[in-house]
Design a protein around this ligand. Structure first.
Ligand code: NAD
Length: 498
């Protein structure tokens, strides 16, 4: 197939975006109040489909971060003592209110993040599920009781809320990454300060307002938007009252925050970058594999930590898989996220487009063949077309770095041992995908892959009911399921005699 010519639909004019953002809060949320930043500074939020400014949001400083910690401390004792049933009821109310406002939230995500509305709608459902799941988990706090081996005493193990949690989230899932942290924190009895990404603050603030309406007491959730993430988060991590950091973002920033957290020995949960291998064996059902590839690559326009980054395809199925996959990629409709027929929206920023372009150019310079796409789209907005690369050289950067865009490098393999070795040849270990009709082989390969999650014959693994997280430099700890709540609980052992 020849590379498709550069093309793009007409951008939606910004009044549509303006109408969506009109009702979104734009100030800091501290102690149950909407307040301006102490220094009264603001920063601009841009619609990636046009490059237009759609809102200005309060730009918090160190003092605002500390005020948020003050509010979280003030609310802490009462929230900790609030019954699990009551905490559960409030979270369930959040779930219902998010669903009531789902369409508006989805549009808000689209205008500040750029993703296609269909992707934004599924993010809202996923985000809401964390409220429902942790409403159900809140009343199932774990504990243990039993005799010591010596018979001298009883061993009692309780779990207590760990304390004030600082939650730092990325722009790629502005709703779901926030609820995946806030819901288990609140279920566990913790209060928190959320610091959303500066690219997508509006969605987080809107969820804050929904939580206020649902009856989350003042100070239990605080939200500080800022362009100065480094100093503001650092100041909070050096405040002795903060006992937890939950971070989702790049491995580079994660390493910095682990160092920052070391000073006060703050407990860390880290959801970091990925470089997911997508392995297709000869015996895989072709249709299932292509459908899985489309969702593993293109969910969220490729801007997902779980996005398939390297497609390893066994030689017998290579030609047919590549042809069918490239056809489906080329057929995707690219355009502004709010347009009803759009399947792929813009990337988040111009810098993101430049990065993807650099990775594709490097691969082509090292001998890769463009099967489709590969040329930046002209016009406003931060667009890059769906792209498939074949014959990718092992030293191409695209196989090492997180692509975070709609680009799929395809690499041939012959044996199981060879593909396992290539798949594990990365410092990341978030998720892997395996496609084969042989379940015995699928489970054996899943066991050999160095990743925290494996999808077998499916391109999506995310589920509020399952432990999401990575091995190696993809992270520490898990989110979702009962594992996610344990991250916000401290274990207390009591040796009791009577
Ligand atoms: P990023 O690391 O640049 O930023 C993430 C968050 O950290 C943002 O809120 C940002 O403002 C903040 N931040 C940046 N520098 C900071 C500093 N010095 N101190 C404190 N906070 C700082 O990541 P991003 O570009 O927003 O998101 C994309 C990355 O997130 C990708 O690497 C992706 O794989 C990862 N991600 C991981 C998961 C997961 O669950 N493993 C989920 C989604 C995204």
């Amino acid at each position: 197939m020849k590379p498709t010519p550069a093309q793009k639909t007409t951008p939606l004019v910004s009044p549509a975006s303006a109408a969506v953002v009109r009702d979104a809060p734009t100030q800091l949320f501290i102690g149950g109040e909407w307040v301006s930043a102490k220094e009264d500074r603001t920063f601009e939020v841009v619609d990636p489909s046009t490059g237009d400014v759609i809102a200005t949001v309060s730009d918090g400083d160190i003092g605002d971060g500390i005020s948020a910690v003050d509010a979280a401390e003030k609310a802490g004792a009462v929230w900790k003592a609030t019954s699990p049933r009551r905490r559960s009821d409030v979270l369930m109310k959040c779930f219902h209110l998010v669903l009531e406002q789902a369409e508006w939230l989805a549009q808000l995500i689209t205008v500040e993040n750029g993703k296609a509305l269909a992707d934004a709608r599924s993010e809202v459902s996923y985000a809401a599920e964390f409220f429902r799941w942790y409403a159900e988990e809140a009343v199932r706090a774990p504990g243990e009781f039993g005799p010591a081996p010596s018979g001298a005493n009883q061993i009692i193990v309780n779990h207590e809320p760990i304390g004030i949690a600082v939650l730092v989230t990325p722009w790629n899932f502005p709703a779901a990454m926030a609820t995946r942290k806030m819901a288990p924190a609140l279920a566990a009895g913790c209060t928190c300060v959320l610091k959303p990404a500066a690219e997508t603050p509006l969605t987080a603030l809107a969820i804050g307002e929904i939580m206020r309406q649902a009856g989350v007491p003042a100070g239990v959730v605080n939200i500080v938007t800022t362009r100065k993430a480094g100093p503001v988060v650092s100041a909070m991590l050096h405040d002795k009252r903060v006992r937890k950091l939950s971070f989702t973002g790049s491995t580079g920033v994660g390493r910095t925050l682990l160092r920052e957290a070391a000073d006060q020995v703050v407990s860390c949960s880290m959801e970091l970058g990925g470089n997911a291998p997508f392995v297709v064996f000869d015996d895989a059902d072709l249709e299932t594999a292509v459908a899985g590839a489309m969702v593993a690559k293109m969910r969220n326009g490729g801007e997902a930590c779980t996005a398939a980054n390297r497609f390893y395809v066994q030689k017998g199925i290579l030609g047919e898989f590549t042809r069918r996959f490239a056809e489906e990629m080329a057929a995707l409709k690219v355009g502004p996220g709010l347009a009803p027929d759009t399947q792929l929206g813009p990337l988040i920023t111009e810098a993101a487009v430049a990065k993807v372009e650099r990775l594709v150019d490097d691969a082509v310079a090292k001998g890769a063949r463009l099967v489709t796409g590969g040329r930046r789209l002209n016009g406003d907005g931060f667009y890059y077309p769906p792209t498939v690369l074949a014959d990718v050289s092992p030293d191409a950067e695209v196989l090492r770095e997180e692509i975070f865009g709609p680009v799929a490098p395809v690499i041939a393999f012959e044996t199981e041992d060879e593909v396992v070795q290539m798949a594990n040849d990365t410092e990341y270990g978030l998720v892997s995908y395996v496609f084969t009709a042989d379940l015995k082989r699928a489970l054996a390969v899943a066991g050999r892959l160095e990743s925290g999650m494996v999808g077998i014959n499916r391109g999506v693994v995310s589920d509020a009911a399952a432990p999401f997280g990575g091995m190696k430099q993809s992270g520490l700890g898990r989110e979702g399921s009962h594992h996610g709540m344990l991250e916000y609980l401290e274990t207390k052992y009591i040796a009791a005699s009577w």
